[in-house]
Design a binder for this molecule. Structure first.
Ligand code: C2E
Ligand code: MG
Ligand code: MG
Ligand code: MG
Length: 286
C-alpha cells in the first residue's frame, strides 16, 4: 500500500475513534441529568411459558429518550454508566421503577407475574447491593419470590469470592438468579452446579442461527439438556419466528421471549396485553 493510503487509513481510524470518544463523552454528560429530566423509562417484555402459553413474567429493559441525543440504546449507555459510576444511581432507579410497576400490575392480576431485572457486574459487586434490593422489595411490597435478578457470565470470572456469597444471600432472601446471555461468555460448567442459580437464558445470537446452522441447533439442544440436568429453567431470548418456537418447544425449552410474541412494552401497554392475552389463552383452552 502507498504511504498516502496508509496515512489515509490512519486518519480514518483516528477520526472514527475521535468520534466515538466524543459521543461517549456526550452520552456520559447527558446521562447524568437524564433521570432528573424524566428521560429514563423502563419497558417490559413478556416471557411466555412454552407449555401453557401463559405470560409468566416480564423482563425489565431500560429505555433512554434523550432530548439531545434521541433514543439511545442500553447497549450503548449501560457500559458507559458502568465505567463512570452512574450505574449506581441508574441501577437503583431501575430496580425501584420495575418493582413498583410490577407490584401495581400484580395487584390487579389473578396470578402474579415475575419481574426479571438486569444487574450489571458493578452493581452486584457493591457491598450494599443485597440490602438495597431487600429494602426496595420491602418498601414497595413486592415479595422477593416475584423478582429475578439477571446476571451475565462475565461477572462470574471477576471475583467469585464476592459474587458467590452475594448470590447466596439473595437466594436466602427469596430472590431468583438468572444467568443471561448464556453461552457467550467464559463461564465454566461447574458454576452451574455450584452457584445458586434458578435459570439460564440462551443468548439471542444462538436463536438467530438456530434453524440455519446445525452447529447452533446442537448447541441450543445441549444448553436445554444442561439446564434440565442442573434443574435450571431455560429461557430462550430473541424468538422471532414460529419455526424457532416449534423447535424450542420440541426440545422442551421452558419459556420464550421475543418479537414473535411481544416487543418490550411500556407499562400501560403491558397492562392491556396481559388482559387480552389472558382472554385469548382462555378462549383457546376452553
Ligand atoms: P439482554 O438482557 O440480553 O436483553 C435482551 C435484548 O434483546 C433487549 O435489547 C431486547 O429488547 C432484545 N430483544 C428481545 N426480543 C428480541 C427479538 O425477538 N429480536 C431482537 N432482535 N431483539 C430482541 P435491549 O433492550 O436493547 O437491551 C440490550 C442489553 O442492554 C440487554 O441485553 C442488557 O444486557 C442491557 N440492559 C437493558 N436494560 C438494562 C437494565 O435495566 N440494566 C442493565 N444493567 N442492563 C440493561
Ligand atoms: Mg437480560
Ligand atoms: Mg440476554
Ligand atoms: Mg443479549
Amino acid at each position: 500500500k502507498s504511504k498516502a493510503a496508509k496515512k489515509g487509513q490512519a486518519l480514518f481510524f483516528n477520526t472514527a475513534l475521535d468520534e466515538q470518544v466524543k459521543r461517549d463523552f456526550l452520552i456520559e454528560t447527558e446521562l447524568r441529568g437524564a433521570m432528573n429530566k424524566g428521560e429514563i423509562a423502563v419497558h417490559y417484555q413478556p416471557q411466555i411459558s412454552v407449555k401453557s402459553g401463559d405470560i409468566i413474567g416480564v423482563e425489565a429493559l431500560v429505555r433512554w429518550n434523550s432530548a439531545k441525543l434521541g433514543a439511545v440504546s442500553p447497549a450503548d449507555f449501560i457500559p458507559i454508566a458502568e465505567n463512570t459510576g452512574i450505574i449506581r444511581e441508574l441501577g437503583s432507579y431501575i430496580i425501584y421503577k420495575a418493582m413498583s410497576d410490577i407490584k401495581a400490575l400484580n395487584d390487579n392480576l389473578p396470578v402474579p407475574l415475575n419481574v426479571s431485572i438486569n444487574i450489571s457486574p458493578k452493581q452486584l459487586m457493591e457491598s450494599d447491593f443485597v440490602d438495597s434490593v431487600m429494602q426496595a422489595s420491602r418498601e414497595l411490597g413486592l415479595d422477593s419470590q416475584w423478582v429475578t435478578l439477571e446476571i451475565t457470565e462475565n461477572v462470574l470470572i471477576s471475583d467469585l469470592s464476592v459474587v458467590q456469597p452475594t448470590l447466596e444471600a439473595l437466594k436466602n432472601n427469596g430472590f431468583k438468579i438468572s444467568l443471561d446471555d448464556f453461552g457467550t461468555g467464559f463461564s465454566s460448567l461447574s458454576y452451574l452446579s455450584n452457584l445458586p442459580l434458578n435459570e439460564i437464558k440462551i443468548d439471542r445470537s444462538f436463536i438467530d442461527k438456530f434453524l440455519s446452522s446445525s452447529h447452533s441447533e446442537s448447541l441450543v439442544k445441549t444448553i436445554i439438556a444442561i439446564g434440565e440436568f442442573c434443574h435450571l429453567s431455560v429461557v430462550a431470548e430473541g424468538v422471532e419466528t414460529q419455526a424457532q418456537f416449534d423447535l424450542l418447544s420440541e426440545y422442551h425449552c421452558d419459556a420464550v421471549q421475543g418479537y414473535l410474541f411481544y416487543k418490550p412494552l411500556p407499562l400501560s401497554e403491558l397492562v392491556e396485553k396481559c388482559r387480552s392475552h389472558q382472554n385469548h389463552t382462555h378462549s383457546v383452552g376452553e
